[in-house]
Design a protein around this ligand. Structure first.
Ligand SMILES: [Zn+2]
Length: 534
């Protein structure tokens, strides 16, 4: 492996986060300025050396962000601003874009320029010599103003395939003009690891400043492509937290940095101990982005270290390293076990140990029996682990101390001749710590109305509810066996920004099933308050 493992002062691999700029290109994502500042501070806390804050001048929000962000104190992160070269035929002095970049006031600027001949001749409608000059003069201009410059060679891999002479001339111009990094971009995201490894090797032989890699995930290879690039000698790795980005996203810095530190010996890519915060970081950014965390995200996903029962789970209990590529604690995650069928006492005992529930041997047959009965009625405890935990706690003699439901009702008003959705109205009567609350609420549907009313009833005693959000609600009709009526299974996902949990309710009546899952969901959330300060 070239260059990784280098010690002293400068890390061999340098992480560059663009969650706030390229990540914000994701279709369903938008950050407020406040959100961006929180993400910036979090990345600084974890120890990312470079964070790209946005494109000053591209919109007023980005400009305002830099005004605020450059006044913040950061301990490990250098904030960078992103922008494009001067236009064809323009003097750098007259370039609005370069002016905005300078005005952002960052020490480092990431300048993007075209390195695919097709883009120069077809999109910019100018000649290749001017394409090279745009890059050279823009870098020179920023250097003369005292900025450190990283050069992003846009569409580099497509450009290198189409006209390697031009693509290399662009890099040479940036280097001669004083760029510190030549970042090779797979902007269309279509490259495979073999292409990346070969091209990086060829460029590396000709460039004398460190290279960088910036890839998108359109061929499903963004993380792999970044790792191959590092192996071929690239120093800077650009990506986004959770792989956020346009289309299929960018290289996901969560698995990428874990792979680099834990598996490629790039131990100084992040400060010591930082990988233990990757799970927390992934959830933190998802929460701010208001997107559901990816349960199957490598390393940090809720199921990343969850094993399904059978032979395998008893093995995990004995020798976890035989079934896990790294211990979950390494990245701040937890091991879990789920069973498709909690029919056996051994599985229940193991699950209780995992959850820290003391189940005496006498209680185990009761739990097994209860689970069996409920599963035959349609409960899915392999998915709804929070409900399983509550059931086990109850079997061990526990009852939830937070609230007691007295009654609830909901009615739905069909509005005749109106396009709008039917309006639901719910009333709940709940006792908390000796106080009786009667709360009503309207909602888009019965579950929404019940949820809002229940939250209102609990809000006073439990401010932690503010951090809990209903993330998903899934309904499935299970056909009745042997002439019995069909039943409805409702699964509810809740999150507190730190972890997600799922509860289940089953009934012939959808509202009853939803209510059961909802009540368990909040009881579980109150039982496991979050530890992290947002
Ligand atoms: Zn990009």
């Amino acid at each position: 492996m070239s260059e990784t493992g280098e010690r002293g002062g400068v890390p061999a691999v340098e992480l560059y986060d663009t969650t706030l700029r390229d990540g914000a290109q994701q279709a369903d994502l938008s950050y407020t300025i406040e959100d961006r500042l929180r993400i910036l501070h979090k990345l600084d806390q974890v120890g990312f050396p470079y964070v790209e804050g946005g494109w000053p001048g591209a919109n007023p929000r980005d400009t305002e962000f830099f005004e605020l962000a450059t006044r913040e104190t950061l301990k490990t992160t250098t904030l960078t601003a992103f922008g494009m070269t001067r236009r064809a035929g323009e003097r750098p002095d007259d370039s609005q874009v370069l002016r905005h970049l300078l005005d952002a006031g960052t020490e480092v600027v990431c300048l993007v320029g075209k390195s695919w001949d097709l883009h120069v001749t077809e999109a910019l409608r100018t000649d290749l010599a001017e394409g090279v000059a745009m890059v050279r003069e823009s870098v020179e201009f920023l250097r003369a103003q005292g900025r450190r410059v990283f050069f992003d060679a846009e569409h580099f891999f497509d450009g290198f395939r189409s006209d390697p002479g031009f693509a290399m001339a662009v890099l040479a111009a940036a280097e001669e003009a004083g760029a510190e990094r030549l970042v090779l971009c797979d902007t269309n995201g279509g490259m495979l690891p073999f292409d990346i490894g070969r091209v990086v090797g060829e460029v590396k032989a000709q460039a004398s400043v460190p290279l960088g890699i910036h890839v998108h995930n359109d061929a499903g290879c963004a993380v792999a492509n970044s790792l191959v690039a590092v192996d071929a000698g690239v120093k800077q790795v650009q990506g986004t937290i959770n792989g956020y980005g346009e289309r299929t996203g960018n290289a996901d810095l969560i698995p990428l940095s874990a792979d680099l530190v834990l598996k490629m010996d790039a131990t100084d890519a992040l400060p010591e101990g930082a990988v233990e915060h990757l799970t927390e970081l992934a959830h933190f950014v998802a929460e701010i982005a208001n997107l559901a965390p990816d349960s199957r995200q490598p390393y940090s996903g809720r199921y990343a270290f969850t094993h399904k029962a059978g032979l395998h789970t008893s093995g995990v209990a004995r020798v976890s390293r035989a079934y896990e590529h790294v211990p979950p604690e390494t990245v701040g995650n937890r091991r879990g076990v789920v069973a498709s069928d909690y029919g056996g006492g051994a599985t229940i005992r193991m699950k209780a140990t995992e959850l820290g529930i003391e189940l005496d041997d006498a209680a185990i047959p009761t739990v097994v029996e209860q689970i069996k009965q409920r599963e035959s009625r349609g409960y899915a405890f392999d998915v709804a682990e929070a409900s399983l935990e509550l059931l086990m706690r109850r079997a061990a003699g526990w009852s939830q101390p937070f609230f007691a439901i007295e009654s609830y009702r909901v009615h739905v008003e069909e509005r005749v001749g109106d396009d709008e959705q039917p309006l639901a109205e719910a009333t709940v009567k709940v006792r908390t710590n000796g106080t009786r609350h009667i709360e009503s609420a309207e909602g888009q549907g019965p579950v929404d109305a019940l949820d809002t009313a229940l939250r209102k009833a609990l809000a006073n005693d439990y401010p932690a509810l503010d951090q809990m959000a209903l993330e998903d609600f899934r309904v499935r009709v299970l056909s009745g066996a042997h002439g019995t009526a069909a039943v409805v299974r409702v699964l509810i996902d809740l999150t507190n920004g730190e972890r997600e949990w799922t509860t289940v309710g089953v009934s012939e009546n959808i509202i009853e099933a939803s209510w059961e899952a909802l009540v368990d969901g909040y009881a579980f959330g109150l039982l496991h308050p979050r530890s992290l300060e947002a």
